[in-house]
Design a binder for this molecule. Structure first.
Ligand code: PLP
Length: 381
């Protein structure tokens, strides 16, 4: 995934807005999760540009730290990882289209087989290429996304037993309630998964990995760890919901920072930004910052986001524009070039991804993955 388009003559390096990625925090989170789930293996979910943290650097850091495998959504992401030196197993979670299959086999990427006909196609293609395909079978236990229903999985397992050119390295499912507000549903899905698996466990010629738990599953349902877990959000130091702080002590990996680019006094009653959705209640100082929804700082955060400047927390006021936004510093102090923190901490103030997500009623995942290629990633640690 190339950033070159924005990097004219090194100008990208001088962009005041950037995401700082703390690789020490990433390693810490991996270590904490590993210890918590041991002896289960860990597959890091690094789809969507490593949840906004950068696909390649995140992958290489985790590989070096000894992670067992990586999971992505699309084959393109897996190929980019192979190209940058990832040698550990990579599973593509997403659905498979027939003309993509040769790419999987050529780049030694694990395929999700989600139906009998797809499995037969994988087997036939591997045979034709004179290669073996590494396959994870996908069982649907209640999400109604891809995968074979748990109540009709026996013929699927039969097809897997007949697929002579496939190595079935795993069988997996996925929770329908990603942040597990409803543990009963997760427990039911786990039961369905384990009971469907029995058929295959009795017949499989070799061992395979059973996996179902994402971050929330890891934290709420120990029985779901099975042979492997697939954390995404928690590896990046973000909690999938409230109340998990006591279970795992993870550290945020990403901070989003920029600089004050303009300062003005806005007179009492004046409307600020497009549509004048906010009016100054008195004469106030307002600074402009070069960050907007064109970078992935959501327009929904208009009048809801906040920023830390010189250790003080202030509100984002008016609409977030495509490339700029305004912060009301009241009677506070700020100068051109001052650092502005939108995600991260300074002194006693902290703005978390979780805060932003709950302010606009979305998941922390969305806040992170929408931070786009216009924002340089600076790696520390
Ligand atoms: C994204 C994803 C995960 C990781 O989920 P988190 O909630 O970020 O931990 C795990 N498994 C599958 C199949 C996924 O698509």
């Amino acid at each position: 995934m190339s950033l070159e388009v924005f990097d004219y003559m090194g100008a990208f390096d001088k962009r005041p807005t950037y995401a700082e990625i703390d690789l020490n925090a990433l390693r810490h989170n991996l270590a904490i999760i590993r210890e918590f789930v041991a002896p289960s293996k860990v597959m890091a979910s690094i789809k969507a540009n490593g949840y906004g943290h950068g696909l390649e650097r995140t992958a290489l850091c985790l590989q070096e730290a000894g992670i067992d495998s990586l999971g992505v959504a699309y084959i393109e992401e897996a190929i980019a990882l192979r190209a940058c030196g990832v040698t550990i197993p990579i599973l593509v979670f997403g659905g498979l289209l027939k003309d993509q299959l040769e790419l999987y086999i050529k780049h030694d990427v694990d395929v999700t087989a989600s139906s009998v006909s797809k499995l037969e196609h994988i087997d036939a293609t591997a045979a034709r290429l004179g290669r073996r395909a590494r396959v994870h079978l996908k069982i649907d236990t209640g999400l109604e996304r891809i995968g074979v229903h748990h109540y009709s999985s026996d013929p699927f397992f039969e097809a897997a037993l007949k697929a002579k050119h496939c190595d079935v390295v795993g069988v997996y499912s996925h929770f329908a309630d990603a942040d597990i507000n409803n543990p009963e549903l997760a427990k039911l899905q786990l039961e369905r998964f384990l009971s469907a698996l029995r058929y295959y466990e009795d017949r499989s010629p070799r061992p395979f990995l059973r996996h179902i738990a994402n971050s929330a599953g890891i934290m709420t349902l120990k029985e779901s760890h099975l042979d492997m877990v697939r954390p995404g959000l928690s590896l990046y130091g973000v909690y999938p919901g409230g109340g998990y702080e006591s279970v795992l002590s993870i550290k945020p990996v990403l901070s989003l920072k920029s600089q004050v680019v303009y300062f003005k006094v806005v007179k009492r009653g004046a409307g600020v930004s497009y549509g004048h959705t906010w009016h100054a209640p008195e004469d106030v100082r307002v600074v402009t910052v070069p960050l907007g929804y064109g970078d992935g700082y959501l327009r929904a955060l208009s009048n809801k986001g906040s920023a830390i400047i010189r250790g003080q927390r202030y509100p984002v006021v008016g609409r977030v524009c495509m490339d700029q936004l305004m912060v009301n510093i009241g009677q506070g102090e700020a100068y051109n070039g001052d650092e502005v923190i939108f995600i991260g901490k300074s002194g006693d103030e902290r703005i978390s991804v979780e805060d932003l997500a709950s302010a606009i009623d979305t998941t922390p995942h969305e806040i992170l993955v929408l931070l786009n290629q216009r924002i340089p990633r600076i790696y520390v640690g």
